[in-house]
Design a protein around this ligand. Structure first.
Ligand code: NAD
Length: 238
């Protein structure tokens, strides 16, 4: 069972699709209106179980985890959801949306995974979706950059403190062509980012999903606390 938060955004959909191709059962969590729209367009079936789960709400997360566990043992979590700009009514609320939600879901997931098995889980992992905006460059809003930087710090804390008895890693995408980044893609800044990127283009959602699923998988069995940048080489350019 893999939980994908923010599952109805482009990167979330790519994650869910690829996870199914890898034979995993997917608990696909997003806000109620996104889940309803997705169900209408493409009724969930088989191994994708969509559910309205608000990752900022402890009770909603608990109910989502209970439902996921009833379908199979919890193994993987991809913290992919991030609130839209409209959510961030001020810096603190924005940071709480980006970072606080990752902490809430992760804490509850780790507790649930711990109850499912013995102490260290070699077969379980978390991947947190950060951003180059939180690790290296100024892209997007202040709360977004601070929250995404916090996601990296929180990941390393979990690993180094031993608070998580499973592997936890981050993927840090550069500019990815999704509806979330459309304003950035079409801005002067976005065009400059693409020009600076050695590969000369924005990334695709699938290209982030592949790396996130690799980090979750046994192929990355000794990768723990890493931040893998998926940016077409942007950060190498002086
Ligand atoms: N697109 C990019 O260029 C880019 C770059 C770097 C990092 N990222 C990160 O990748 C992740 C996915 O991005 P995307 O481009 O697919 O974005 P997106 O906006 O298309 O998808 C995000 C999804 O999260 C959901 N969501 C928002 N608040 C939620 C909540 N409280 N509870 C549950 N779900 C919630 C949204 O409804 C949406 O479906 C995000 O964490 C984003 O910050 C994206």
């Amino acid at each position: 069972m893999i939980i994908v938060t923010g599952s109805e955004g482009e990167i979330g959909r790519a994650l869910a699709r690829r996870a199914v191709e890898e034979g995993l059962t997917v608990a696909a969590w997003d806000l109620a209106d996104r889940v309803a729209a997705a169900e209408e367009a493409d009724p969930a079936g088989g191994t994708v179980h969509r559910r309205a789960v608000d990752v900022t709400d402890e009770a909603s997360i608990a109910a989502g985890l209970e439902a996921a566990r009833s379908r199979g043992p919890l193994r993987y979590l991809v913290n992919n959801a991030a609130p839209p700009a409209a959510y961030a009514r001020g810096f603190a609320a924005g940071v709480d949306g980006v970072l606080g939600s990752v902490e809430k879901v992760t804490r509850q997931f780790c507790a649930a995974v711990g109850e499912d098995g013995e102490r260290w889980r070699d077969d379980a992992a978390i991947v947190n979706v950060s951003s180059v905006a939180g690790t290296a460059v100024a892209l997007g809003a202040d709360w977004y950059a601070a929250g995404k930087a916090g996601v990296v710090g929180y990941t390393r804390y979990l690993v180094g403190s031993g608070r998580a008895a499973l592997r936890v890693n981050c993927v840090a995408p550069g500019l990815i062509a999704t509806s979330r980044s459309i304003a950035l893609q079409t801005s002067d800044l976005g065009r400059r980012v693409v020009e600076r990127t050695p590969m000369g283009r924005a990334g695709h959602a699938d290209e982030v999903a592949e790396v996130a699923l690799f980090l979750a998988s046994p192929l990355a069995s000794y990768v723990n606390g890493a931040v893998v940048v998926v940016d077409g080489g942007l950060l190498c350019v002086p």
